[in-house]
Every structure is written in structure tokens, then in C-alpha cells.
Write a protein that binds this ligand. Structure first.
Ligand code: ZN
Length: 195
């Protein structure tokens, strides 16, 4: 059952990436192998189950596919309560879809599914790997050093350069995202701060 849910999820994600040239051009989309991983539950699993789809765009099927695998995924959180607060941790989580330690293994790219509840401030942070955010559902204000701030919604894309500080604040809606990483620092983690 786990493998079937992830196979369907991977097929949907692959179809979406193939249909969006900017996603495909960012890092390609490797043929990879599914790896059985233990489910790591977080509060976000139940939150996602009740997160009604709020649009009918190209990413609607991926929203539903995320919901279908949420109960099997290896959910993680990068930050501590001191860094982001308890409310943030109660309404945020991500899992590594593709990558060195992902549900599908690749050394070429990392792809995450990440969720934040409404009204959360993901403060300034940076990381060496280059990054692409694709909004699956919901919306958030994206800020990055050197570029204009913008509220993004379903189907919108934002990229961050290597070590370019960036921040995100969700609106009155949650945000569900597909996040791609490429280049040096692929196995690193973000760190809070602007430098
Ligand atoms: Zn980032």
C-alpha cells in the first residue's frame, strides 16, 4: 500500500514537472528508485487530511496525491522551538520526496513537499543549494534579498540563488509547496539569519 501510494504520487509529480518547463529546466527529473522508509508522524498529517483543495489549477492533482501519501511519509522539521516557536512547529512540516535520503533516492537533486499553516512567519534564512518553490495550493508572501516581494498562489514559481537570504509569510491561507534543490550544498540544511 505504501509503495502504491508513492508510485501514484511520483507519477503525478512527474506529469506536473513534465508539463511545466521551468520545473523541468531547473534540475531535470531523475528516474529513481523507491525506498521503503518508516512513517514519521507530525501534527501536519491530520491538518493536511482536512486541507480542502482551494483551486482547480494544474497542481490540484498533486495536492490530492500529497494527501494520499501524508500518512506514510517521513515527515521532518529542520528547526527547533527556540528558533521558530511552538505554534510554527505545530503547523509546519516537510518530507524529502527525492534526494540522498528521500523516499525516492537520487544524488542529483532534492525535491521536498513542504506545508505551512496560515499566518506563519518563516523568517529570513539561507542555504548553499539553489532552490525553486512551486506553489501547489494556498498562498504566501515571498521575500528575498535583492528582488521584489510577491504574494504567490497555485502554479506560481519562485527561485532563490545560492546563499540568497529569503523569507516567507503565509497569508490567511496555508501554503503547500513543491521545493526543488540543485547544485552545491545539496545535502546541507538551511540556517536562520540573513548572512
Ligand atoms: Zn530556501
Amino acid at each position: 500500500m505504501t509503495a502504491e501510494a508513492f508510485d501514484h504520487f511520483y507519477a503525478v509529480a512527474t506529469g506536473l514537472v513534465a508539463a511545466e518547463p521551468e520545473l523541468m529546466e531547473f534540475a531535470g527529473w531523475p528516474a529513481i528508485t523507491f525506498v521503503e522508509k518508516a512513517h514519521t508522524p507530525l501534527p501536519v498529517v491530520e491538518i493536511l487530511a482536512e486541507y480542502d483543495l482551494d483551486h482547480t489549477g494544474a497542481s490540484a492533482e498533486l495536492h490530492r496525491a500529497v494527501q494520499a501519501v501524508a500518512g506514510y511519509a517521513d515527515w521532518q522539521q529542520t528547526y527547533t522551538e527556540q528558533e521558530v516557536g511552538a505554534d510554527f512547529l505545530a503547523r509546519y512540516g516537510y518530507f524529502e520526496l527525492i534526494g540522498p535520503s528521500g523516499h525516492f533516492q537520487s544524488d542529483q537533486i532534492r525535491a521536498y513537499i513542504a506545508y505551512w499553516g496560515h499566518g506563519l512567519v518563516y523568517d529570513w534564512h539561507l542555504h548553499e543549494a539553489e532552490e525553486l518553490y512551486y506553489i501547489v495550493s494556498g498562498s504566501a508572501l515571498f521575500q528575498a534579498q535583492g528582488v521584489e516581494s510577491k504574494v504567490l498562489g497555485p502554479g506560481d514559481i519562485r527561485t532563490h540563488g545560492s546563499n540568497q537570504p529569503h523569507a516567507m509569510t503565509t497569508t490567511d491561507s496555508p501554503v503547500l509547496t513543491l521545493v526543488l534543490w540543485r547544485g552545491a550544498g545539496l545535502t546541507g540544511l538551511p540556517r536562520m539569519g540573513r548572512a
